[in-house]
Design a protein around this ligand. Sequence first.
Ligand code: 13P
Length: 253
Amino acid sequence: MRKNIVAGNWKMNTTLPEGLALAKGLNDALKNKTTNCDVIIGTPFTHLASVVAAIDTDKIGVAAENCADKEKGAYTGEVSAAMVASTGAKYVILGHSERRAYYHETPEILKTKVELALANGLTPIFCIGEVLAEREAGKHFEVVDEQIKGSLFNLSAEDFAKIILAYEPVWAIGTGKTATADQAEEIHAHIRATLAAQYGQEIADNCTILYGGSCNASNAKELFSKPDVDGGLIGGASLSVEKFLPIIEAFDK
Ligand code: 13P
């Protein structure tokens, strides 16, 4: 069956010393603890190699927050999937709404990024989600379907089975406004049905679908108790051990 995962997305936060302290703090907190979910932290590119070296990566997986849509070459400032993989990071967050909105990442660009990530042995954590106007117009189901189809449905079943999805309604990101557990369940179940129609029920059932958007210690348990919500992608509350640890512990019995 599918894995439960709590993943942090640090976004553009923490200097290298601050990030290392955060990663080590989480590592210490989890050292003698059995978790009922996988734990991942998504850090800036500059931190990846040092964070991998500083923690027990069997306990905490490390993710980049992006990678280039080109393999290599004259693309000043870009970081390739191969470079990310060479740091020891195993995951890459792709298609975050902030990348779509501020850096104009289209479904086509994201399709290429997903392919390059997979070709380099990275597991994509692929983000989807509607903006407020789309939710209010009742178009959220359609929007997530298009995002999935536009960037992922070209994949073979074997490759699709490697993808982690994160549903993040844009109106809930960093706003303190969370989707209710029922709203999350409704759309996660819809997403799973979309996956089943394309790849069959077994692959759909095995796909981890995370919820993201103002998820915190006080709402995580209720959200994660829903059958189709397999964990969270956490922004703000992943920036301190005190806030992140209780979200991981929301999976404790
Ligand atoms: P917040 O948890 O800060 O709302 O961010 C969610 C997010 O964007 C994670 O990728």
